[in-house]
Design a protein around this ligand. Structure first.
Ligand SMILES: *Cc1c(COP(=O)(O)O)cnc(C)c1O
Length: 405
C-alpha cells in the first residue's frame, strides 16, 4: 500500500452538494452556489467582501488589472514561492522583483524596504505552508513617509490608495491567523486558492478578499470586480437569464475567470465544516508529526503557533539539520522507494529555467537556497489514518539513518 502526498476530500457531503446543482437548481455556471461560497468565505475571514474566481492566478491578474499594474511597473514578491506568484505579474506585463526570506519561510522585511523604488506598485507576501508573513512590519514599511514619497500613482485606484498595495498570496492560508486576526482581513487584498491540493478545494478555483481603506466602497468594488471577472459584463448570465433580463453593458475590459456553481458546490460542502472539523484534523496531524520528530535533534519542526498567530496547517515543512541538497534528495529517494509520497516546497524560482533565462540568480537569495536544500514536506490531508502517519514518521527516520551521518 502506498501513502499519497495529498488527496482532495470528496465525501458524501461534497457529492450531495454537487448533486444539488445537477438535480435541483438546473444552473451549472456562476449562480447561487458561488454566492453562498462567497458568503461562507466572508464569514470565515471577516473580509468586507469576497469574489470567487476560477484560480488564484487569474484572481491575482484581475486585481493587478484593477490596480492598473502593467509594463514599467514592479511587484515585490518573495523568492520562495510557487511560480504563479511571479507569473501573474509577468502576464500583466510588469516585473516581479524577488526578495529573500527569513527562517520561517516568509519574506524578509528588512530586505523589502531596499527593494521598493518609484516603479513599485504592489508588495505580494506569501503565507508559506499557511504561516502568515509579518504583516505589521510590511504595513509599517509601506506606510512610512520615505516609502510613500517614492510612490508614483498612475491609475484611478493607485491615486485613491496613494501608496503601495499589499496583496497577500494566501493560497495556503485559509483559516490562518495573524496576531488574532483572520487571514483575509489583514491586508488590502487577500487571494486564496481552491486548487485540488489546497485545504479547501473546488477542483480549480480561488477567492479574492477585500479589506480596503475607507476611501474605497467595498460594495461598489465587489460589483465592479464581479463584472471584471465576467468579461466586464455588468450582469451575470444567471441574472440575464431571468425573463425580461436581457439588457446588459460591458463596463470595462475584463477577464473571463468566473467560478462555476458545480465547482463552488465542492468547496461549499467542505468550508461549512472547515473550522469545526477539517482544520482541526489538520492540526491533529501536525501535532502527531511534532510529537514524533521533536525527539530528534536532526529534525527542525515547522512553526505552527506563536502568541496569537497560527498557521492553517497546510504544509508540514520538515527540515533536516546539517544536510546538503543531495542528501535531502537521497532521503526523498529512499522515502519514495517505500511508497510514501513527500514533496519539496518549493524549488526556488531563481533555479527554474524561465527565471534563470531572465537573469534571476539563486546566489542572490542565500536564505532561500538554505531553506530549500534541507526541506521535505510530509503528507497532510483529511482522512489520512494514524497507521499511515506512523509509517510516514518511521520512513523519514529510516531515510535519515540511511544517510549514515
Ligand atoms: C497553488 C498556489 C498558487 C496558485 O494557485 P492556483 O489556484 O493554482 O492558480 C499561488 N501561490 C501559491 C503559493 C500556491 O501554492
Amino acid at each position: 500500500m502506498s501513502i499519497p502526498f495529498c488527496l482532495p476530500l470528496i465525501d458524501d457531503d461534497v457529492i450531495a452538494e454537487v448533486n444539488d446543482v445537477f438535480k435541483n437548481t438546473g444552473w451549472i455556471t456562476s449562480g447561487p452556489k458561488v454566492l453562498e461560497l462567497e458568503n461562507e468565505i466572508q464569514t470565515l475571514t471577516n473580509a468586507d467582501k469576497s469574489i470567487c474566481v476560477n484560480s488564484w492566478t487569474s484572481g491575482a491578474m484581475l486585481i493587478l488589472r484593477w490596480f492598473g499594474v502593467g509594463p514599467g511597473d514592479e511587484v515585490i514578491i518573495p523568492s520562495y514561492t510557487y511560480a504563479a506568484t511571479a507569473l501573474c505579474v509577468m502576464n500583466m506585463g510588469a516585473k516581479p522583483v524577488m526578495v529573500d526570506i527569513l527562517d520561517d519561510f516568509t519574506i524578509d522585511t528588512s530586505k523589502l524596504k531596499q527593494a521598493i523604488n518609484t516603479k513599485t506598485k504592489v508588495v505580494m507576501p506569501v503565507d508559506i505552508g499557511g504561516w502568515p508573513a509579518d504583516y505589521d512590519s510590511i504595513m509599517e514599511i509601506i506606510s512610512s513617509d520615505v516609502i510613500r514619497k517614492k510612490f508614483r500613482p498612475n491609475s484611478k485606484n493607485q491615486k485613491k490608495l496613494n501608496r503601495v498595495l499589499v496583496i497577500s498570496d494566501a493560497a495556503h492560508s485559509l483559516g490562518a491567523k495573524y496576531k488574532s486576526k483572520n487571514i483575509g482581513s489583514v491586508t488590502d487584498i487577500t487571494i486564496f486558492s481552491f486548487h485540488s491540493v489546497k485545504n479547501i478545494t473546488t477542483g480549480e478555483g480561488g477567492a479574492i478578499c477585500l479589506k480596503l481603506p475607507n476611501s474605497f466602497d467595498s460594495e461598489e468594488e465587489y460589483k465592479f470586480l464581479k463584472a471584471l471577472s465576467l468579461n466586464g459584463q455588468n450582469k451575470s448570465a444567471f441574472d440575464k437569464n431571468k425573463i425580461g433580463g436581457w439588457r446588459y453593458d460591458i463596463i470595462d475590459q475584463g477577464l473571463k475567470i468566473n467560478m462555476t456553481d458545480v465547482n463552488a458546490a465542492i468547496g461549499l460542502a467542505q468550508i461549512r465544516k472547515y473550522k469545526s472539523k477539517l482544520l482541526l484534523e489538520r492540526k491533529t496531524i501536525f501535532n502527531f508529526y511534532n510529537k514524533f520528530f521533536e525527539d530528534f535533534d536532526w529534525a527542525i519542526l515547522p512553526i505552527s503557533k506563536i502568541n496569537e498567530s497560527e498557521t492553517s496547517y497546510h504544509l508540514y515543512m520538515l527540515r533536516i539539520n546539517n544536510i546538503s541538497e543531495s542528501q535531502r534528495d537521497q532521503m526523498i529517494h529512499y522515502i519514495s522507494s517505500k511508497k510514501v509520497g513527500v514533496n519539496v516546497h518549493y524549488i526556488p524560482m531563481p533555479m527554474l529555467t524561465l527565471f534563470k533565462n531572465k537573469n534571476y540568480n539563486i546566489s542572490n537569495y542565500p536564505k532561500t537556497y538554505e531553506m530549500y536544500s534541507n526541506e521535505i514536506s510530509l503528507p497532510v490531508y483529511n482522512n489520512i489514518s494514524i497507521d499511515d502517519l506512523e509509517v510516514v514518521c518511521k520512513t523519514v527516520k529510516l531515510a535519515y539513518q540511511n544517510l549514515g551521518i
